[in-house]
Design a protein around this ligand. Structure first.
Ligand SMILES: Nc1ncnc2c1ncn2[C@@H]1O[C@H](COP(=O)(O)OP(=O)(O)OP(=O)(O)O)[C@@H](O)[C@H]1O
Ligand SMILES: [Mg+2]
Length: 243
């Protein structure tokens, strides 16, 4: 079968944090290379401090690398100015953070709709319909008007997930989305992520500590000594990507 097109490509990406006190700078990523095709889901694992969040922030254009190139749909992200990057983040990339980052004063539905406010082509009634459909899909149809304080940790993460999907991104980046959840809720969220991402043709990169949660993903990479290594033992990849 023909392979689906490359969605994301990283070439020799490096990141060194400068030391503001003038001491030695900290090289976190030294030579990261990665190619992810449309509709693939990959996991990035690695010990605390290995640079997983740094890598995800760079892929999501929240931070810039010290060296290297990043292509999203064949366009070099580093060639854009901040204003264009903000539009790309809003329209093409969905983020889920370890800590859900929901607005406490807003309801579930309002939180989900926040990214649509600045999307130039957003149609209010279509967005509302999509928000309700997605919330229903993740089992939250009876929580539209709850504020985050009244939700469980797993429910909050599902709201954050729907918010990440609301503008129909092409790339989903999740930084330890199950980090604050118990095992059962973590398994349920990962199942939802893989199922819905696959249905929507999303390319996803999921950072996790939990090696046992990644069995349904296509590939697993380990971040070690500043480089990404594919885990050859991973038996995922049974999913077929569309051409
Ligand atoms: N803004 C920053 N300035 C300076 N150093 C940083 C900055 N962000 C991260 N670091 C350092 O870079 C290294 C990698 O951090 P990063 O947050 O990417 O690790 P991680 O793999 O996500 O860890 P964890 O699993 O604990 O979330 C750490 O040593 C950290 O102290
Ligand atoms: Mg991290």
């Amino acid at each position: 079968m023909e392979k689906s097109p490359t969605q994301l490509k990283l070439e020799s990406v490096a990141k060194t944090y400068a030391n503001p006190e003038g001491g030695a700078s900290l090289p976190v990523l030294t030579d990261v290379n990665l190619e992810v095709r449309r509709n693939e889901s990959i996991a990035v694992i690695g010990p605390s401090g290995s640079g997983k969040s740094t890598l995800l922030n760079i892929i999501g254009a929240l931070d810039r690398p010290t060296a290297g190139k990043i292509f999203l749909e064949n366009e070099n992200l580093l060639s854009f100015e901040e204003k264009q990057l903000a539009a790309i983040r809003n329209q093409k990339i969905g983020f889920i953070f370890q800590d859900h980052h929901l607005l406490p004063q807003c309801t579930v539905l309002e939180n989900v709709l926040v990214p649509t406010i600045i999307h130039p082509a957003a149609n209010t009634s279509a967005c509302l319909k999509r928000a309700k459909e997605l919330l229903d899909r993740v089992g939250l149809s009876d929580r539209f008007h709850y504020k985050p304080a009244r939700l469980s940790g797993g429910e909050r993460q599902r709201v954050a997930y729907v918010r990440a999907l609301i503008n129909q991104p092409i790339l989903l980046l999740a930084d330890e989305p199950t980090g604050a959840l118990d095992r059962d809720n973590a398994i349920r969220l990962m199942e939802l992520l893989t199922e819905i991402n696959k249905d929507r043709g999303l390319t996803s990169i999921i950072v996790t500590h939990a090696v046992d949660l990644v069995k349904n993903l296509d590939r697993v990479y380990e971040l070690k000594n500043g480089c990404l290594y594919e885990n050859a033992l991973h038996r995922g990849g049974s999913r077929t990507a569309p051409t």
